[in-house]
Structure formats: structure tokens, C-alpha cells
Design a protein around this ligand. Structure first.
Ligand code: PLP
Ligand code: LYS
Length: 463
């Protein structure tokens, strides 16, 4: 394919981006290990490889767009979380970030538990052999059918999210002649420093039961009276993509405060607390996430200290990382299509996917980086915006990016750190087919979620 050269992008002061892309990086061919999966490298010929397979081969074999997942990295991160928390704590991978049967098997093998939040996630987990007692079932509006299925399967815990659900789950468990282990999700009133749509511990929102006004204490009071429930602990999840540990500190303080009140009122020391997920990852080189061992140490110390002060036995801690396990392990591989330089503004680089495979930029103003991966280039950087093929001007994948000025149709570019909440929130908008997930390891690539086909679309449309 011929390469049409494009002018080195505009430098108009008004359009220069803030933050990560305020200035072009010194080397556009460099791949920052902070944002790329562990086994990603550039070959001597300039082509990027992952797990020993180069992206040109992947594109030829599986097509584009495709999510390319580094299995070695996924397993390493899962293991790092497991090891960091040790045998006296539990790590529940949050399946909402990305779930497939292969992933469930890897998690099982690496000793993690699983958090699911719908019947669909539950059936995926069970069908891939995750033992039911290692599954936690979440959700603010679980249907009776979902609850029944979870109780029948014998899930390790159901996380109760409302007063109505306390009664509903107790009733179903009794009907099925069992006692369901439950945690009660509370909102501790923390303002997590993250996007408004993904903060979940302030009181004015749909998740959990507020600690404020004694509502959480009342929920525990009611749950303890019901024969169908075994209350094992309190759950708090403060939000997502969080770097600052102070929110967790406040949350732990307030959860332990509730445990103390429960002990004082009922003479019961609940044996478990779950501090949720939400740990941030690097989407760009400006982000500095903490390692699992640092997080484990910090959380364990906070809970132990708070419990000592309250004269409580330290409960078993669990956490639910999703993004921090899978997010960095995948990139989205796109083929460049139309390139449109707009004088004095920027160059629009269209790819063969878009908001249907990554809604996060449109939804949360998320920042991503991007690189040319099918070759290297010494061309001048151009200020670009990577956009999709949807009928929507907000269909932006990477808002501000510097790409080489000689970028051309047919080049492959990749957006790293798309392992979490991209495939799982993918849509069929404009009847665009959802991309496959290709897992790569030790020189071999295999599809773990296949590409949607036109037949799939037509099969759903029953006329
Ligand atoms: C209850 C619960 N646990 C865990 C998670 C996983 O969050 P993250 O992927 O940010 O770790 C979420 C999503 O924010 C959640 O709602
Ligand atoms: N889906 C969100 C996070 C919400 C997580 C679920 N509570 C994201 O992409 O960041």
C-alpha cells in the first residue's frame, strides 16, 4: 500500500492538548512498559510483537479491530494479587471488567475467586468450572430468577444491596431449604477522586445502603433476624480508577466502626470485610499506579489498626480488583482508514472500530495513548485524534495523540490498556460487529471470544 505523506500536524496554540499530550514524546516508536502489556516489544524490523507473535500476523489471521490479550501478563497480574494478599485474605476478580471462559479458567488456576453481577456472568463462571463457593454475586437489582439460580448453585456469598433484597434473598434461601452466606454492601460517604460516573461510595446514588442515619445498622439488624441468611460481613466499594489510598482508609475506618457497633448491639463479631475494587491503572505515561503488594500492605495495615483500636478481631479481608488485573494486559489493534488533516486544527485518523469497541472515551472522557505498531517511523509527529467509523461526532477513541506524520491507510495502530471495560461494554451500534479477543502466549495466538458475524446479527433479528 502506498504511503501518502501528511504534513507534520498543526501547532495552533488553541488546539494543543493538555496533560499527557501537551508536547510530542521524544520517540514516537518507544513503547512505555507502564501502559503496554508485559510481553510487548518491537522487533528489529520495527513490528510490534506480543507473546512472541507480531501484530501483522495477528491482523492477517484474525482481522482488525481485535482485542489482543497477553495471557502471560494476565496470569502474572492475577498471581501478584493472590500472592500479595496471602492465604488469610481473598481476591475476587471483578468479572465485569472482562469475562470469558478462558479467563475464568486462568483465574481458577491462579487461585483467585470471582465476583459476578448478573445471571450471564454467573453462568459463564459456572460453565467454565469456577467452584460456586468461590463466587460472589453482586448487583443493585438482582432478579428473583438470578437470586434463585445463585442460591441453588451454592455461591459463596451474595452481596445484599437494599432492604428489599435482604428479605428477597432470605425468602428464596428458606424456600430452597438453605442458609445463604451474605455480605451487606454499605455506602460509607466517601467522595472518591475519580470520574463522577464511576464513584460509588457517596450517598446520593443507586448502590448500597447508606451508613448515614443508621440505615446500614438497621439493615444488619434485619438481616441477623432472618433464618435464611448467614451474615458474614460488610462490603464497601468506593469507586473505580482510584490512585489515592485515603478513600480506602476512610472507608475501612467507617466499616470497622460499623462492625464495632454490631458487636456492641448484637454481641456478634462479623468475620469478613470486603473493600471492593477500584485500583487504578496507567492509561498514559502520566499515571502511576501502585503495585498489588503495596496495596495489600496498606489495606491490611489500615484494617488491622482500626480493629485494634476498636478491640475487634481482625476480620478476613477480601478485595475485588477488575481493571487492575486485566486492564493493562490487552491492546486494541486497528487498521488505519481515512486520514483527514484539518488545517490549523488537527488530523483525524479513522480506524475500523470506534465507540462500539471502546466507549470509555465518550463516556468518561478517558485518556488513552496510541502507537503505530506495524512499522517504525522517523516522520515528524502530527497532532491527531483517533476516531471510529460510527455516525457520531463523539465517536472518539483517543482524543489527543501524536502519531507519525507519514501515517497512511493500511497502517496498524494499537491503543494499549484496553483490557478492562472495553470488550465488556462493547456494543453493536450501527450494526458494527464486536471484535474478537485473541489471547497470545508463548508464540501462539488463539481466539477466546470470537468476532461477531453478520449471521449473529441476523439471527437475533427474528423479523
Ligand atoms: C462492587 C464492585 N467490585 C469491584 C469492582 C471492580 O472495580 P475495578 O475494575 O475498578 O477494580 C466494581 C466496579 O467498579 C464494583 O462495582
Ligand atoms: N465501567 C467503568 C467502571 C465501572 C466499574 C463497575 N462498577 C470503567 O470503564 O471505568
Amino acid at each position: 500500500m502506498s504511503r501518502s505523506a501528511h504534513p507534520a500536524g498543526p501547532r495552533h496554540a488553541d488546539v494543543l492538548p493538555e496533560g499527557h499530550y501537551a508536547a510530542p514524546p521524544t520517540d514516537l516508536n518507544a513503547l512505555d512498559p507502564k501502559v503496554w502489556a508485559q510481553t510487548v516489544t518491537r522487533d528489529t524490523d520495527g513490528v510490534v510483537t506480543v507473546g512472541g507473535v507480531d501484530v501483522k500476523t495477528l491482523a492477517a489471521e484474525f482481522g482488525t479491530p481485535a482485542y489482543v490479550l497477553d495471557e502471560t501478563d494476565f496470569r502474572a497480574r492475577a498471581r501478584a494479587w493472590r500472592t500479595a494478599f496471602g492465604p488469610d485474605a481473598d481476591v475476587f476478580y471483578a468479572g465485569k471488567a472482562f469475562l470469558s471462559r478462558a479467563v475464568v479458567r486462568w483465574l481458577h488456576e491462579e487461585g483467585l475467586n470471582l465476583d459476578v453481577c448478573s445471571g450471564g456472568e454467573l453462568v459463564t463462571a459456572l460453565s467454565a468450572g469456577m467452584p460456586a463457593d468461590r463466587i460472589a454475586f453482586h448487583g443493585n437489582n438482582k432478579s428473583e430468577g438470578e437470586i434463585r439460580r445463585a442460591v441453588e448453585a451454592g455461591v459463596g456469598r451474595i452481596v445484599l444491596d437494599s432492604f428489599q433484597e435482604i428479605v428477597r434473598v432470605a425468602h428464596i434461601a428458606q424456600e430452597l431449604g438453605t442458609r445463604q452466606r451474605v455480605q451487606i454492601r454499605i455506602t460509607v460517604g466517601v467522595e472518591a477522586h475519580t470520574h463522577e460516573f464511576i464513584a460509588t461510595a457517596h450517598e446520593d446514588q443507586k448502590f448500597g445502603i447508606p451508613l448515614a442515619g443508621g440505615q446500614a445498622a438497621e439493615a444488619v439488624r434485619r438481616a441477623l433476624q432472618l433464618d435464611g441468611l448467614e451474615v458474614i460481613g460488610i462490603h464497601s466499594h468506593i469507586g473505580s480508577q482510584i490512585f489515592d489510598m485515603s478513600g480506602f482508609e476512610v472507608a475501612a475506618h467507617r466499616v470497622v466502626g460499623l462492625l464495632k457497633d454490631i458487636r456492641d448491639e448484637h454481641g456478634v463479631e462479623l468475620p469478613e470485610i470486603d473493600l471492593g475494587g477500584g485500583l487504578g491503572i496507567a492509561y498514559t505515561s502520566d499515571d502511576d499506579p501502585r503495585e498489588p503488594h503495596e496495596i495489600a500492605k496498606a489495606l491490611t495495615e489500615i484494617v488491622t489498626r482500626e480493629c485494634e483500636a476498636a478491640r475487634l478481631r481482625t476480620p478476613r479481608i477480601s478485595v475485588e480488583p477488575g481493571r487492575a488485573v486485566v486492564g493493562p494486559t490487552a491492546f486494541t489493534l486497528y487498521e488505519v482508514g481515512t486520514i483527514k488533516p484539518l488545517d490549523g486544527l488537527r488530523t483525524y485518523v479513522s480506524v475500523d472500530g470506534g465507540m462500539s469497541d471502546n466507549i470509555r472515551t465518550a463516556l468518561y472522557d478517558a485518556e488513552y495513548s496510541v502507537a503505530l505498531v506495524s512499522r517504525t517511523s522517523d516522520a515528524e509527529p502530527m497532532l491527531a485524534r483517533v476516531v471510529g467509523k460510527h455516525c457520531e461526532s463523539g465517536d472518539i477513541v483517543v482524543k489527543d495523540a501524536f502519531l507519525p506524520g507519514d501515517l497512511a491507510p493500511g497502517d496498524l495502530i494499537a491503543v494499549p490498556a484496553t483490557g478492562a471495560y472495553c470488550r465488556s461494554m462493547a456494543s453493536n451500534y450501527n450494526h458494527v460487529l464486536r471484535p474478537p479477543v485473541v489471547a497470545v502466549r508463548d508464540g501462539a495466538a488463539r481466539v477466546i471470544v470470537r468476532r461477531e458475524t453478520e449471521e449473529d446479527l441476523l439471527r437475533l433479528d427474528v423479523g
